[in-house]
Design a protein around this ligand. Structure first.
Ligand SMILES: Nc1ncnc2c1ncn2[C@@H]1O[C@H](COP(=O)(O)OP(=O)(O)OP(=O)(O)O)[C@@H](O)[C@H]1O
Length: 327
């Protein structure tokens, strides 16, 4: 394992020992991705006058983010992968303060799906965007008492996400989980679920029951190259349910085409502000919230419209259906 040159805990990135500024805090997970980014993050943080906090264990990023929000920090960078971003957002929620810091995502993880969806491709680019980048207010997802920025994936894919190797995650992003799922699906019975899709107008709400192999709930996740993407600023969740019965047709090279075919049999899609997923066999379903595991028999999901200010890259397009917004 790479041995960090920077001690864990809280230091001024320029090493001066001067009074710590609360304007900008970068929270760095030294063991995300290829574990070789800490020195670069340290250097860029020193140049930009950031306070650097290096995590020592799971949960530290959440705590540091809560402290930063409580002390009125203007900008908080999450340097790590999707899991680190997820912890930082949970920390903002924990703080209970009204005005959260703006979030900057510094892609230093394995998949970096959230950063890539926001048009941020490298560590250096992220730090320069802190100076000049646009800031947008994005919806935040809530799943029971946890937050998610990007996506919540339930069923077999969540379990497969734990087994998916780093190289596939780098190459395919979230699709790597889908491919892994399809690979292992032959032994899977699916989960009997009741899914309540709630619209603001209750009369148009839908209750759906069936055996589900995969449930994708996207906030700003691009699941694929086409329409199966979520709009991060529309106050809606993009819900895609893949019925178990349709899994045999999802084999080989055509699997992903089938998944992203809007009219495919056995694929249910809705855009709603709120959705509840109940397990009908008294066993918890495993979910992956931005890559972090959550098990629940009943999951209550909603969007908090425009809840979080986020720095975005030049190529960020809020509407994934807009021309030129494809991957
Ligand atoms: N110092 C640390 N030692 C061990 N684990 C840590 C430490 N700091 C954070 N973690 C944990 O590391 C886990 C993985 O981090 P993260 O998701 O950011 O990286 P990744 O898995 O490489 O990237 P991605 O999720 O984008 O594929 C998180 O669950 C986080 O809580």
């Amino acid at each position: 394992m790479h041995v960090p040159m920077v001690p864990p805990g809280s230091v001024r990135a320029d090493g001066s020992g001067a009074a710590e500024s609360t304007d900008r805090v970068v929270i760095c997970n030294p063991v995300s991705g290829s574990e070789d980014h800490l020195e670069q993050v340290h250097g860029l943080a020193a140049d930009g006058g950031w306070k650097l906090r290096v995590t020592e264990a799971e949960g530290d990023a959440r705590e540091y983010a809560r402290e930063a929000a409580e002390s009125g920090t203007e900008l908080v960078a999450a340097a790590g992968g999707d899991g680190t971003v997820n912890e930082v957002v949970d920390g903002f929620v924990d703080s209970g303060v009204e005005d959260w810091p703006t979030l900057l995502i510094v892609p230093a993880g394995t998949g970096n799906n959230t950063a890539s969806n926001l048009g941020i491709e490298s560590i250096g680019e992220a730090f320069s965007l802190a100076e000049s980048g646009r800031r947008r207010r994005l919806d935040l997802g809530r799943a029971n008492d946890r937050a998610f920025l990007n996506s919540c994936i339930g069923g077999l894919t969540a379990e497969a996400s734990l087994e998916t190797d780093s190289e596939s995650k780098r190459r395919f992003g979230v699709l790597a989980y889908v491919l892994k799922t399809i690979e292992t699906a032959t032994n899977y019975d699916g989960a009997p679920l009741r899914v309540t899709l709630e619209n603001a107008d209750v009369a148009t709400s839908v209750v759906w029951e069936g055996d589900v192999a995969l449930a994708f709930i996207g906030n700003c996740r691009r699941f694929g190259r086409r329409q199966a993407q979520a709009h991060a600023e529309d106050g809606l969740l993009e819900v895609t349910l893949v019925e178990n019965a349709s899994m045999p047709s999802m084999v080989g090279a055509t699997a992903l085409d089938h998944l992203f075919d809007l009219d495919a049999d056995g694929i249910v899609r809705h855009r709603v502000p709120r959705v509840t997923i109940e397990s009908l066999h008294d066993e918890p379903i495993t979910y992956s919230l931005d890559g972090e595991v959550l098990a629940a028999e009943e999951l209550d999901l909603e969007t908090l419209p425009g809840a979080i200010s986020v720095v975005v890259g030049d190529d960020y397009e809020s509407n994934p259906d807009a021309e030129g917004a494809g991957l």
